[in-house]
Design a binder for this molecule. Structure first.
Ligand code: CTP
Length: 396
């Protein structure tokens, strides 16, 4: 379950930091890629040299590397991670996380993390029992963080009580169980289209559009992370994906995309039509570059491209689901609902160019999902990966 997962291991300053070394070893052994982020006081308990040797990556602790001035981006780290584990989490770090006190790299990374966060508290029993710690832990739970409860036993103070950080083996099991529970699309085959299509005019020119493919790739990655086998039929885009279980089929024109979709869809449980397909293509391809002086002003006759979503809607069988997108500039709701019916879709996801931050090229999107049974579910402006999660949660 942990193979290939990107995990941030946050270490704060407590005696239990020595156990983080075993935790790191176990995570790496399980196939995870681990980036250690340690607080300044964490380094009093365990050295970065040990941690970087075991993780195979330099340990991050400060906002900058002192001699080179290189900035360590907590935002990039937060986006990279599939999970963040803070073990040990001291009373002080817990308080800072609960209240957004961003005075070290671990806390800024926590505040930027988009991935699920797991917190393994470790402290003396009286600190653990204090109303302030209890309140902070409740706050963290209310943010959706997972608390890996400390065990009872002998503590660093030699007192016996609750506050011992959970054993590394148990933390690894907890994470594995979590990732297993996320595999709600395991064994499903999913077809996704993404990006624009290019319809060739001559060897150097085409008809295309501004689609970056970001939304379709974010959906493909979300679906693959949940255990599905993804066929991603992608138009020309500059982005790539490294998530396993995604078979990327690169195409250029709507006709090529249509052909690949017709091949793949019969074996799929779900199709998500995210591509911005050119509705028209030049009727004829001119195989030498059209010359300005010689050829005058060309008239390009267009023919209709196939409607891929509609043709999959026609061959859709019971048990298969088909989702479309609608990018509209006006009469958004009625246009979207009309497309839902016309193309025999189960859901349509509307994004409007009227909304700032929605649509082509941006890293964010704002959607409303319409279902064939009259459902209407609006969402706020979010990153495209968070939007992908909302879409899949809704469909499931
Ligand atoms: N679509 C498709 N094949 C096409 C055009 C669109 O599969 N030739 C899919 C898109 O991927 C999207 C949905 O149909 O999921 C709606 O696309 P959109 O461009 O909004 O709609 P059109 O059918 O092109 O309608 P209009 O031009 O009237 O907006």
């Amino acid at each position: 379950m942990l193979k290939g997962k990107h995990i941030i291991l946050g270490i704060s300053g407590g005696i239990a930091a020595y156990k983080s070394v075993s935790l790191l070893r176990l995570l790496v052994k399980a196939g995870a890629e681990v980036q250690v982020v340690i607080t300044p006081s964490g380094k009093e308990f365990i050295t970065p040299v040990t941690l970087s040797a075991l993780s195979g990556k330099p340990v991050v602790s400060e906002f900058f590397t002192a001699n080179s001035g290189e900035w360590h981006s907590h935002v990039d780290l937060g986006l990279w991670a599939d999970a963040m584990v803070i073990a040990p989490a001291t009373a002080s770090s817990i308080a800072k996380m609960a209240n957004g006190v961003a005075d070290n790299m671990l806390i800024t990374t926590y505040l930027s993390a988009k991935a699920p966060v797991f917190i393994a508290p470790a402290m003396d029993l009286d600190m653990m029992a204090h109303p302030s710690t209890k309140r902070n832990i409740e706050l963290l739970k209310s943010y959706g963080n997972h608390i890996i409860e400390p065990a009872e036993g002998e503590l660093a103070s030699h007192l016996i009580g609750k506050g011992r950080m959970e054993e590394p083996e148990e933390i690894v099991k907890y994470l594995s169980r979590f990732f297993a529970s996320q595999q709600d699309l395991k064994g499903q085959n999913v077809l996704i289209t993404a990006g624009p299509t290019y319809e060739k005019i001559d060897p150097v020119r085409f008809i295309g559009n501004y689609s970056s493919g970001k939304m379709g790739y974010a959906i493909a990655e979300e679906v693959a992370r949940r255990g599905a086998n993804v066929t991603l039929v992608s138009g020309p885009v500059s982005i790539t994906t490294k998530v396993p279980n995604i078979n990327v089929i690169k195409v250029e024109s709507a006709r090529e995309m249509h052909e690949q979709c017709l091949k793949a869809f019969p074996n799929c449980n779900l199709g998500i039509m995210c591509a911005a397909i050119a509705d028209y293509a030049p009727a004829e391809y001119v195989d030498a570059k059209i010359k300005r002086e010689k050829d005058g002003i060309p008239v390009i006759k267009l023919i209709k491209n196939p409607d891929i979503a509609a043709s999959l809607g026609q061959i859709k069988k019971d048990g298969q689901k088909l989702i479309g997108f609608a990018l509209e500039t006006n009469n958004e709701e009625s246009n979207a609902v009309d497309k839902l019916k016309r193309k025999n879709l189960d859901y349509i996801i509307l994004n409007s160019l009227q909304d700032d931050g929605a649509g082509f090229g941006t890293d964010t999107n704002k959607i409303t999902i319409y279902g064939k049974n009259g459902e209407k579910i609006p969402f706020g402006l979010k990153t495209k990966s968070a939007v992908a999660k909302d879409i899949i949660d809704t469909i499931i």
